[in-house]
Design a protein around this ligand. Structure first.
Ligand code: IPE
Ligand code: IPE
Ligand code: MG
Length: 248
């Protein structure tokens, strides 16, 4: 089936996941297969980002979260980190105008203080430029780690308890969730990880509690429009139970 036929089928089926999150993995292996440096794979992965953002928007997804750089990725060799940051800046420069025209609001989520001033400024520029766009919300998880996110939430609530403005007994899931970086977004309905790895790698540990998972064997630079559509079609065949027993 062509990607447009897949999209047609998605529309016939009806329910589209509101929030899709993707662990974009396998750039390094893609480059190694071609005897090229890892950076070459990261660069190729940018085309997949472009294709997937457009496809998500066409399918009617409301929120797309892309895991672009984890807090643990800071431990990679300096040259690779530098190359990734340069690519991020390039992505912003190249896509800023187009994303706004397509109605994509970009948000940067993570510990952005660890980024260099130039990368931070680039991200800020795309966030400012696209603010208020309503067709698709695009979260770029950068320098992001879920444990860190949860610890920071706990710390903020503890501060309020110390100030005397909050009682420990008032802390519930809803209040806790509001302190997290993705507060305001629905939890992901569908999580996609490429390159066949079966792990979360410190991604959205709180928000993924009842998310449907889809693992693709494809390396990220090989993942495109039709593969996102296939993942959504797979999701549409799932029966979500949320721990309950369904009638019938
Ligand atoms: C994903 O590809 C991109 C980032 C983590 C930034 P990898 O760089 O992890 O590629 P593999 O997993 O080594 O193939
Ligand atoms: C997860 O991929 C992080 C991103 C995709 C940004 P990694 O390649 O860093 O994860 P591990 O090391 O295989 O768990
Ligand atoms: Mg990897």
């Amino acid at each position: 089936m062509s990607s447009e036929q897949l999209l047609q089928q998605i529309r016939v089926n009806g329910t589209v996941p509101r929030h899709v999150a993707i662990i974009m993995d396998g750039n390094g292996r893609w480059a190694r297969q071609r005897n090229r440096p890892r950076e070459f794979g990261h660069r190729a992965g940018m085309a997949s980002v472009r294709a997937v953002v457009e496809a998500a928007s066409d399918a009617g997804v409301e929120v797309l979260t892309l895991y672009a750089f984890s807090s643990e990725n800071w431990h990679r060799p300096h040259t690779e980190v530098t190359a990734l940051m340069a690519l991020l800046e390039l992505y912003v420069r190249k896509e800023r105008r187009d994303l706004k025209e397509k109605g994509v609001e970009v948000r940067a989520v993570g510990d952005l203080h660890r980024l260099g001033p130039r990368t931070r400024a680039a991200l800020q520029s795309i966030v400012d430029h696209t603010r208020g766009c309503e067709r698709l919300k695009l979260n770029l998880a950068i320098s992001y780690g879920a444990r860190d996110e949860i610890v920071n939430a706990a710390r903020r609530l503890a501060e309020r308890v110390r100030e005397g403005t909050l009682m420990p007994g008032e802390i519930d899931e809803e209040l806790f969730q509001k302190q997290l970086l993705f507060a305001g977004d629905p939890d992901p309905d569908l999580l996609i990880r490429t390159s066949g790895e079966l792990r979360l790698s410190n991604f959205m540990l709180w928000q993924l509690a009842y998310t449907e998972m889809y693992v693709s064997e494809l390396l990220w630079p090989d993942f495109g429009r039709e593969h996102l559509f296939s993942a959504i079609l797979d999701f549409q065949r799932r029966e979500r139970r949320f721990g309950r027993v369904l009638a019938g």
